[in-house]
Write a protein that binds this ligand. Structure first.
Ligand code: UDP
Ligand code: MG
Length: 314
């Protein structure tokens, strides 16, 4: 009996990567050729509304080989949505996700695949080191993942990005999660399945600049917290109780001063201070609740996650 060759899909989100995309495609095609005896490979590129030459470059390269598939979004929808679109479209028995800037070596996908064959549904890249990233980025990333693990019920592996390989089971499960606020590297651990890390050294970007400026990074982090955890609400309630307790204690103390001593009860300053502090706390907590309401609002609108303007080889 001839065994059918398995298909591996490699999903690559692309946003303004004109300086690195040609090299990325070259390395991925080399990987395809290396794997070809045992595996068919399709490369699924998602152009996330690039405003540079990334899309024309991809178009050209897709003309040479049908292994290269491209979908172009109608505008920039963001990294996480781009990954989702790629996973939606990928047909492979296994699906790998990798960035377009060559920070994650494409050749490792083969190791991931071999590791998966030993009985794992998810193989995720774990960064042993990250070259060429600022101390600030490394530090904030560290704090962020520790915080996230404190806030979330599920364990999100630290030092892990979106570089991973998944089996069809995982992909099908993932496709059933329709939520709009997507934090892919948390959603996959949430699904369960047998997962194993593959340690690697993250290298510098091949070319160009990070597409995650501080503003986007903060958005990414807030999104992760509020769409993945209900704990901020629990913390809000605890803070409320603490405030009430402080109020009651303070009240008792003043009552005691008034009834049993001649010391005058502290005046306006104390009153003003407590008003300012506690209205601050209230506004903050309303903001927390507001974050959740905004998310409900976005989710109930039920808009499609993305719009495709162009497809090539699909
Ligand atoms: N990216 C994307 N849409 C965006 C921002 C980034 O598709 O809005 C892609 C980008 O082209 C790259 C990957 O997501 O392939 C990761 O981005 P980047 O390398 O800039 O992030 P960093 O590695 O600096 O965290
Ligand atoms: Mg990068």
């Amino acid at each position: 009996m001839v065994q059918e060759k398995k298909l591996l899909s490699i999903v690559v989100p692309v946003f303004n990567e004109e300086e690195s995309i040609t090299e990325t495609v070259k390395r991925l095609l080399a990987l395809r050729d290396k794997l070809l005896p045992s595996l068919d490979v399709e490369l699924v590129f998602i152009d996330d509304g690039s405003s540079d030459c990334s899309l024309p470059l991809l178009r050209n390269m897709a003309e040479q080989t049908t292994s290269i598939k491209v979908i172009a979004f109608s505008r920039n929808f963001g990294h996480q949505i781009a990954i989702t679109a790629g996973i939606d479209l990928a047909k492979g028995h296994y699906v790998a996700v990798i960035d377009a800037d060559l920070q994650d070596p494409p050749e490792l996908i083969e190791d991931m695949y071999l590791l998966a064959l030993t009985g794992f549904d998810v193989v995720y890249g774990k960064r042993r080191s990250r070259a060429g990233e600022s101390v600030f980025k490394k530090l904030t990333a560290k704090i962020f993942y520790r915080l996230l693990n404190y806030l979330c019920e599920i364990d999100i592996p630290t030092d892990t990005g979106d570089f991973r390989l998944m089996s069809r089971n995982v992909v099908d499960a993932f496709k059933r999660m329709p939520e709009r606020h997507r934090f892919v590297r948390g959603m996959i651990p949430w699904l369960g399945f047998r997962a194993i890390p593959l340690e690697y050294d993250r290298v510098e970007r091949y070319a160009g600049e990070t597409k995650y400026p501080l503003r986007k990074m903060l958005g990414f982090a807030t999104n992760a917290v509020f769409s993945f955890s209900k704990k901020p609400l629990t913390i809000a309630i605890r803070l409320g109780f603490l405030t009430i307790l402080a109020g009651i204690l303070g009240g008792c103390y003043m009552l005691y001063l008034k009834l049993f001593t001649n010391i005058p009860v502290p005046g306006l300053t104390a009153v003003l201070l407590s008003i300012v502090i506690f209205s601050g706390v209230q506004i903050l907590l309303i903001g927390v609740v507001g974050e959740y309401i905004a998310r409900i609002f976005e989710e109930v609108k039920g808009r499609p996650l993305y719009f495709v303007a162009e497809t090539i080889n699909i």
